[in-house]
Design a protein. Sequence first.
Length: 466
Amino acid sequence: MSPELISILVLAVVFVIATTRSINMGALAFAAAFAVGTLVADLDADGIFAGFPGDLFVVLVGVTYLFAIARSNGTTDWLVHASVRLVRGRVALIPWVMFALTGALTAIGAVSPAAVAIVAPIALSFAARYGISPLLMGAMVVHGAQGGGFSPISIYGSIVNGIVEREKLPGNEVTLFLASLIVNLVIAAVVFVACGGLGLWRQGSVTEVDRGLEGAGGALKGRGELRDQPQRTDTGPTTAPGTHPSPTTTTTVTRETTPTPTPTTPLPLTPPRIATLLSLIALVIAVLVFDLDAGLTAITLAVVLSTIWPDDSRKAVGEIAWPTVLLICGVLTYVGVLDEMGTITWAGEGVSGIGVPLLAAVLLCYIGAIVSAFASSVGIMGALIPLAVPFLAQGEIGAVGMVAALAVSATVVDVSPFSTNGALVLAAAPDVDRERFFRQLMMYGGIVVAVVPAVVWLVMVVPGWG
């Protein structure tokens, strides 16, 4: 067996173990890089660490540090309430508010599972109270997170653009972002219509529905039902891609008796929240206008906020998405070992040996979608794009379109209940038949896996983008 084939098989084993044993894929990849690099490729420590993505490490730490501060000082809560008030509480628009909110959170640097973990309990509580399909609301949350997930300052966008730059491929950050946003927006619109979203217009506003419930004796005193959310031990930024909660995660419901703000009640805009919002705007301007490094800029802004308001930021360092940092750094370090030993070139020549470039392209898209439905989207992108480099270098397939198709195929399927985001949605849904909801998510995820890779291949790859 050739060394190249051994290294590919080890990568497959890493994905399988991470999926079935809930072990961080990055830690496994570091161990695999050490074993394969030492025993198969005869590399020393310097050769193994040559592929460590130091620039992406800073980006991941910086943007998630800043986002953790925004979460701890209530800036994300303010954004939720402001978004609902913006549409005057119209029930039919609330799913779109949740889509836009999760998209905005991931676009400014939240890890996708962290954004879903924040918004999903709120969104699914709205769904239970106002008669919105939980499948509709869950899909809107996940697709919103993926729609904003490839902005130039986002985690996914930084990772993919960094890989493209490191591999010296033609890239277009705006095209990548818009491709993901448009695909997820179209899917969300289809789901909205298919799951009865048009019928929600008859319900009017949140206030009108609440009055009807109160008249029928259905309102809970103090609106405590908006806090009937699953209390889980794996939410927030500590939920790592590649470490998937079980579809049958046990949830408990806690009911608060103290009044909570209604969706149209404004939250106070305190000085820390104002400063955090200005910092997020400054990050966008610094990266897009002045071309500054996203990671270093985010860390600098986070340090300034932490210095001025240490109480609000004390726990932020612990809430940095360390599992995701470990995951992507480990996977890309292993990919670096594959590059050092020639596996990347060997695999690329094998793909191009199919003889039909467009067929090879659609197969890669389906591989990314199928594996990502059960494993880590970040890990899949980190592995597939470098493996496609020799294939793309031949010039028969546009690199920009192929990278965008691979990125969308590997992330749009995260609504699957076996993925982290899908499992978070499943666990966050109150007052539902969880087994039935699981089957709905599984069926919907299967449809997405079957349809979307072919569509993005047809739209992005066949015309030869880039």
